[in-house]
Design a protein around this ligand. Structure first.
Ligand code: TRP
Length: 360
């Protein structure tokens, strides 16, 4: 069976299953596959040989799935899936099917969902994304992403502000604006996300995209979280993005995480660097990721095993397999996450490397 005879679910399910085995799943627990199939929805059955009828923004080639490996400070890691339901399905349908069996706590989502649900005139690029989080021997976790741009850019700030109010973190709104959105139309709320497990460490996260930002812009954003040393941000930008910016390809993204007890300030900050815009191909991206992993004493062989789980293509033949890399800092735990594309529909062509002979 050639690769393109597969359905979207079969293709992404094979990738996810191999990733979970890298992470230590023994193959008895099939819930990662059931959840992936449910998340994809009816469109998961379509062949990847034919052009998709939807245009998911989860990944550049419109695949509605993206994988990630999230390392914590001890070197342990989880496998995650970011995804969007496709085909004939309503927003929230997947959630309804998993809420009970996975004992999700949807109270915070229920409190704010109406702000971010589409109606006739509202047309954003997405309504609801999900993430699935798998750790061997643990219950799968589920997180939901809503779109602050759902009613257009002029409404985004007030929707997020109202969301903060309803979730008891109103006092943090102005500080977030001052630290992360001081540059007018260049800084925008991009996602509003909620962990769906109960408990004191269950997070509310807000994401801000920064067009054409410099390292200094995201260093200032990070400084809203007490105790963060902005040098870590600067080094991350230098090693993965190749300098201090301005990052004029795909935007840097910041996120703040709030947990129980956070009112005026978030507990954590994360920086997402879309490395695919700043490297010619994935071989260069891999080298940069290995450099930052070594810096933080993480096992780089895991990256290579994960890459082998999702693709057989030579890394130099395309760009965007490694889509983003993120650095998370703060009281509720620091770590690094590497995002891997499924490339179900397309491999983005590589750029041209700089040749030493051209330098003088
Ligand atoms: N593809 C979108 C982007 O690059 C959304 C997205 C997918 C994203 N995975 C992400 C954003 C990881 C930040 C981090 O913006």
């Amino acid at each position: 069976m050639s690769r393109t005879d597969l359905s979207l679910y079969e293709h992404t399910g094979g990738q996810l299953d191999r990733l979970c085995r890298v992470a230590g799943f023994d193959g008895k627990d099939r819930r990662h596959l059931e959840l992936l199939e449910g998340l994809l929805g009816p469109g998961g059955g379509n062949s990847i040989a034919t052009a998709p009828e939807w245009n998911s923004n989860v990944a550049d080639d419109t695949t509605p799935i993206e994988f990630s490996l999230a390392f914590d400070a001890t070197g342990e890691y989880v496998v995650r899936v970011l995804g969007e339901s496709v085909g004939a399905t309503a927003p929230g349908e997947f959630l309804e099917t998993v809420a009970e069996p996975y004992r999700l706590d949807t109270r915070r989502l229920d409190a704010i969902a109406d702000l971010f649900l589409p109606h006739e005139e509202r047309q954003g690029p997405f309504t609801m994304w999900y993430s699935l989080i798998f750790r061997p021997g643990h219950e799968p976790k589920i997180k939901v992403y809503l779109n602050p741009q759902i009613s257009g850019p002029t409404m985004a700030d007030s929707l997020v502000h109202e969301g903060f109010r309803r979730l008891g973190i109103d006092a943090a709104f102005d500080p977030v604006i001052q630290h992360a959105l001081p540059r007018g139309e260049l800084d925008n709320f991009a996602f509003f996300a909620l962990d769906l497990d109960g408990g004191p460490l269950s997070r509310v996260k807000v994401y801000v995209s920064h067009e054409a930002a410099e390292s200094a812009d995201v260093e200032r954003a990070a400084e809203l979280v007490p105790g963060i040393d902005p040098l870590h941000i600067r080094e991350f930008c230098a090693v993965l993005g190749g300098g201090k910016g301005p990052f004029e390809g795909r935007p840097l993204i910041s996120s703040y995480s709030f947990v129980e007890g956070d009112e005026g300030r978030p507990s954590n900050y994360s920086l997402y660097l879309p490395i695919r815009s700043y490297v010619p191909d994935d071989e260069v991206a891999r080298a940069r990721v290995l450099a930052i992993m070594a810096q933080y004493d993480l096992d780089g062989t895991i990256l290579d095993k994960a890459i082998e789980a999702v693709t057989e293509r030579p890394l130099r033949h395309g760009v965007g397999l490694i889509a983003h890399v993120s650095l998370r800092l703060g009281d509720i735990g620091s770590g690094i996450t590497i995002y891997l594309s499924s490339e179900a529909y397309q491999v983005m062509p590589p750029g041209r490397r700089t040749l030493l002979g051209e330098l003088r």
